[in-house]
Write a protein that binds this ligand. Structure first.
Ligand SMILES: [Zn+2]
Length: 359
């Protein structure tokens, strides 16, 4: 325990007194040509946790990137980044989101990048409501809170010293700011404050997904991460109607995938859990992940499917939603309804890991 704290704490950035013990830097949206920052009693300063903040004139500011200089309300700045803070821990509205903590607007590659700097616990409260239905049982929400905290810390260590640690889209963890919070997400985050999952005294790569369809996938098969705590385990979500789906791919869609008229779709290679490794479309064989990307991640919900011929195309009958590695959210819900607490749920999906209190 002591070693984990020492290791992680020495690697993490010195904390901001006004933002809490542990901060995250989250990229909000993609780079933009123009950014508007709004909030009550805004002050601004350098992009540093202990910067001196000076009150700004007005409650709304427009920033642009002109001749490679950051321009604030028409005046070019001497620096490549400026940080805003609202009075009395108020919220700042930027790029359509209300967020807690500070907002940094910085010069990016081709435009302005917005980065939200906030305490890890506030970040998690927003992530939780974006990643899992807030109506799920509290023990499932707590399990998700620990997984999301661990995932975030792991990314922070990996991205140490970079302008930001994580994005806010489905590619990292979905973060919709203050508007995704509610009393359940706050309760789940507070009840697990500072708790992280570790393996050999290091925060783990705590992947999670919506539903696995009955058996999770190994980290190696799903994401190319061969980790001892990311092994395939049984899951009760397979019996839920929501875990099952059907997708018809008609002639037009098959043609868009490069198939000749009348070509069939087959699965020549599967992982030990039955998920597709390779998919053939006519005479062309592609990696299954590439196939899912081409069809669309939201349309082809997982790689666990069977193919049958249909009139004018094929029908895929599948199970689960997501890559299938780590915590299964719908499975966590079933376990919580059966009376499992979050510790038992986490031990099931990340076997061999230990829960440690980091702060
Ligand atoms: Zn599952």
């Amino acid at each position: 325990m002591g070693r984990v704290r020492a290791l992680v704490m020495t690697m993490l950035v010195v904390s901001a007194p006004s933002l809490g013990a542990e901060t995250m830097r989250i990229a909000v949206g993609a780079e933009a040509a123009k950014v508007t920052v709004e909030g009550p009693g805004l002050s601004s300063g350098a992009d540093s946790d202990d910067a001196a903040f000076v009150p700004t004139a007005g409650a709304s500011h427009v920033l642009t990137l002109t001749n490679q200089r950051v321009v604030l309300d028409g005046a070019a700045l001497e620096t490549d980044a400026v940080r805003f803070r609202a009075a009395d821990n108020g919220t700042v509205t930027v790029a359509g989101s209300r967020v807690r903590g500070d907002v940094v607007v910085m010069k990016g590659r081709t435009g302005l990048q917005v980065v939200n700097v906030l305490s890890l616990e506030d970040y998690l409260t927003g992530v939780l409501g974006s990643e899992m239905p807030t109506s799920f049982p509290i023990e499932a929400l707590k399990a998700q809170a620990v997984a999301a905290r661990t995932y975030a810390l792991n990314k922070k260590l990996e991205q140490y010293g970079q302008p930001f640690h994580l994005g806010s889209s489905v590619l990292s963890q979905v973060y919709k700011g203050l508007d995704a919070e509610d009393e359940h997400t706050r309760e789940a985050v507070e009840a697990t404050r500072g708790l992280v999952l570790t393996w050999m005294l290091q925060p783990i790569e705590a992947y999670f997904h919506s539903s696995c369809g009955g058996r999770t996938e190994s980290g190696l098969e799903a994401l190319g991460r061969d980790l001892p705590y990311l092994q395939a385990v049984d899951c009760p979500c397979g019996s839920l109607p929501t875990s099952h789906w059907t997708l018809k791919l008609g002639a037009t869609e098959l043609k868009a995938l490069g198939a000749a008229k009348g070509a069939s779709v087959q699965v020549p290679g599967r992982s030990p859990t039955g998920r597709a490794r390779r998919v053939s479309v006519g005479s062309r064989v592609v990696d299954a992940v590439t196939f899912r990307e081409r069809v669309g991640y939201m349309k082809l919900k997982s790689l666990s499917f069977e193919v049958s011929k249909a009139k004018d195309g094929v029908v895929l009958e599948g199970k689960g939603f997501g890559h299938g590695a780590g915590l299964c959210q719908w499975g966590a819900r079933v376990f919580a309804e059966k009376g499992w607490d979050y510790r038992r749920i986490l031990a099931h999906y990340y076997p061999g890991t230990e829960l440690q209190t980091l702060y």
